[in-house]
Design a protein around this ligand. Structure first.
Ligand code: HPA
Length: 280
């Protein structure tokens, strides 16, 4: 029998984080593969190692450092999750999304989620950024949902609405920030898969037919939990590679980390600009 995490687990993790910080964060920021450098700009940083927090899933993947950084950026108090755990590492899908529950219990109103993704849309190039407008929850459609199991109504509804997973107002802010900075920003659909194998050419052609513009191994379960818990979501995919629709090239994790170097300055501009303008 599968064991499910409960509010008590989330409360324990949240209480530990609360006991270690003086600041009250209001916005979360989840950093994807190779994008950890985005945390460097945080001022008055209070840092917690992920390994210290009860029940926290720590990543075993290179390019994910496993820290929480709480501090100030562009006039906001933010909580940065530097490094995430993935389902393919062997964590349950509820463990993977525990950090989002902690953000919910700490009272954050929004979360900005970033990831590294492969481009399915042929117009996208490595180093480009995509604003996530919608998502394909292939893992969830196949049964791997963080909301599977008993529902705790104090955390969210049994059947949460998913008609607008990515907040309209925050997306409009991102588009405005990109235009002002002269930064190319694609808008598309992110498809979340379990991984860890990259996709076969036939799988990629299938995903393209299904309407996916970018593909990765994270984000979607986090967005489901965030929406369930009433957090507003903004999402960016850093395009690290062109997906291999005809089998002529191969995709490597090194390539994904390398693209992060080009992507960090662009995502920093976008995240800073959005934070500066976010008002609730
Ligand atoms: N496929 C899946 N996940 C990824 C990719 C990819 O091509 N690139 C970065 N994460």
């Amino acid at each position: 029998m599968e064991t499910f995490l409960t509010r008590a687990h989330y409360e324990e993790a949240a209480a530990f984080v609360r006991s270690r910080i003086r600041q009250q964060p209001t916005i979360g920021l989840v950093l994807g593969s190779g994008l950890g450098g985005l945390a460097d700009a945080v001022e008055d940083a209070e840092i917690i190692a992920a390994t210290e927090i009860p029940h926290w899933p720590h990543s075993t993947v290179s390019g994910h450092s496993g820290r929480l950084v709480i501090g100030r950026l562009e006039g906001q108090t933010i909580l940065v999750q530097q490094g995430r755990a993935h389902y393919y590492e062997g964590y349950s899908i509820q463990q993977v999304t525990l950090p989002i529950r902690v953000m919910q219990l700490l009272g954050l109103h929004s979360v900005i989620i970033t990831n590294a993704a492969g481009a399915i849309n042929p117009a996208y190039e490595p180093g480009d950024v995509m604003l996530i407008e919608d998502q394909l929850n292939l893992m969830g459609m196949a049964g791997v949902s963080p909301l599977r199991g008993p529902n705790d109504p104090s955390l969210g509804p049994r059947f949460p609405d998913m008609s607008v997973p990515y907040d309209r107002e925050w997306r409009a802010l991102a588009i405005a920030v990109a235009a002002e900075a002269g930064l190319k920003l694609h808008r598309g659909v992110y498809c979340g898969l379990a991984g860890p194998s990259f996709e076969s050419p036939a799988e990629l052609r299938f995903l393209r037919l299904a309407g996916a513009d970018a593909v990765g191994m994270s984000t979607v379960p986090e967005v489901i939990v965030a929406r369930h818990g009433g957090l507003r979501v903004l999402g960016f995919s850093g395009i690290s590679n062109k997906a291999n629709l005809d089998g002529s090239t191969i995709t490597t994790h090194e390539e994904v980390l390398e693209a992060g170097k080009v992507l960090v300055p662009k995502l920093t501009t976008l995240v800073r600009g959005v934070l500066r303008r976010m008002k609730v």
